[in-house]
Design a protein around this ligand. Structure first.
Ligand code: FES
Ligand code: FE2
Length: 412
């Protein structure tokens, strides 16, 4: 009897250990961080949640900025990750200062995105709306708008005729590389460039390894500018990822293990909406021995997408990074990581963890910095000037800066 009980307990412990190992090492990485987690440590360690929230909001309000560019540049922006919208589902979205609804057709599997408010009496279609075929049905009086027919009203459950002019505004949508993107243009123009699928992702050659999502309190331009700001790499990112997002409070010295970066940044002369960054990344021990050499190819595509391929002797991988403005000074930054078979899940989790630590160091700066429209730049920093000229192509030329407080749109 006692032996039997002992075997049972051993069995339960074994299952528990296997489950914990799977959770720690083999489950795809998944991380969410809000802007209040980084750069607001002076208040976030004290008081209750309401006190912290109020204090952080006050700090955000007090922040000084130079003349801010428009809040929403023109381009493709990720609003959802593909797997979060199943066939027949609807989602409420708030992005680009707009209330939107997304749904995926039951028959076609196609994703549609539209303005959220029903033109009948204003119900929010993403709150209780249902998918019927490729239509979205309003929860209030059951009117149905067809995604396949440009958002036209096709049915009213209690009327024989429908007003022919009634429709909801559909947004241009494309779905690739694990994301659903909408095209935003401040004057309502259609897409002027398209997004290329990454064969390793869409053909399933590489495996999905995980994601991170961070909300950042800054202007969108600050985030891609980081790629052209080569001077910060060997300052902010030289400490090892094991030192965490705040190396100053870590016991691991940069004399022990160190990242050394060399990089170039330039606009892509063949595709004006792209810029190319080449990075070599060395991991050094004791400031002397190079133990890992990583080549990183980065493509900035429009204002809100970055594709980062890396190649090492132990395998290849790709990060897809998207930046989506939510409000004038609030961005969502999402990373999805895919790798070849040699980078197994536990290694991929380490890479994702390291990457999220490194970007958290940037976020601590972005959350609290001011935007300077006329920074002091030295000779070695010409790529920042170049970046700003390149990025300005995404702004509507007649738009006014809104100082980050109101929506600058003239239309839409
Ligand atoms: S408000 Fe949408 S059907 Fe009436
Ligand atoms: Fe950085």
């Amino acid at each position: 009897m006692e032996v039997k009980m002992g075997i049972e307990i051993l069995g339960i412990c074994l299952v528990l250990i296997i489950y914990l190992c799977w959770r720690v090492f083999f489950r795809p990485f998944n991380l969410f961080r809000d802007f209040g987690d980084l750069g607001f440590e002076s208040v976030s360690k004290t008081g209750n949640d309401i006190y912290k929230r109020n204090a952080i909001n006050e700090m955000r309000k007090r922040r000084k900025n130079g003349k801010l560019p428009p809040s929403y540049p023109n381009g493709w922006f990720a609003i959802l990750e593909s797997e979060s919208l199943k066939a027949g589902e609807t989602k409420e979205i708030y992005a680009l200062g707009q209330n939107l609804v997304a749904w995926r057709g039951r028959r076609s599997g196609v994703t549609y995105v539209a303005d959220a408010y029903c033109p009948h009496l204003g119900a929010h279609l993403g709150v209780g709306g249902e998918v019927k075929g490729d239509c979205i049905q309003c929860p209030f009086h059951g009117w149905e708008f067809d995604g396949e027919k440009e958002g036209k009203l096709t049915r009213i459950p209690y009327a024989e005729k429908v007003p022919g002019f009634a429709q909801i505004k559909l947004w241009p949508v494309t779905e690739t590389n694990g994301f659903i993107f909408v095209w935003f243009h401040s004057e309502g123009s259609g897409p002027s460039w398209n997004l290329d699928p990454i064969p390793e992702i869409v053909e399933g050659k590489w495996s999905y390894r995980g994601r991170s999502e961070m909300r950042v309190a800054c202007h969108i331009q600050e985030i891609p500018e980081n790629g052209a700001d080569l001077g910060h790499l060997n300052v902010l990112h030289c400490d090892s990822a094991w030192s965490g997002d705040d190396p100053k409070s870590s016991w691991i010295s940069r004399n022990l293990i160190q990242h050394v970066w060399h990089g170039t940044w330039e606009p892509n002369v063949n595709r004006s909406h792209e810029a190319i960054m080449k990075l070599t990344h060395l991991i050094k021990l004791f400031n002397r021995f190079s133990c890992l050499h990583i080549n990183v190819d980065v493509r900035q595509i429009g204002p809100g997408i970055v594709i980062l391929h890396f190649d090492t002797y132990f395998g290849q991988g790709v990060f897809v990074q998207t930046v989506t403005p939510i409000e004038p000074l609030l961005q969502t930054v999402t990373h999805r990581f895919y790798s070849g078979g040699w980078i197994i899940q536990p290694v991929a989790n380490m890479i994702l963890d390291a990457e999220s630590k490194q970007i958290s160091r940037d976020i601590r700066i972005w959350n609290r910095k001011c935007f300077l429209d006329k920074p002091i730049l030295i000779r070695e920093e010409q790529t920042i000037k170049l970046f700003r000229r390149w990025f300005s192509q995404f702004y509507y030329e007649n738009s006014n800066s809104d100082n980050g407080r109101t929506n600058y749109f003239k239309k839409g």
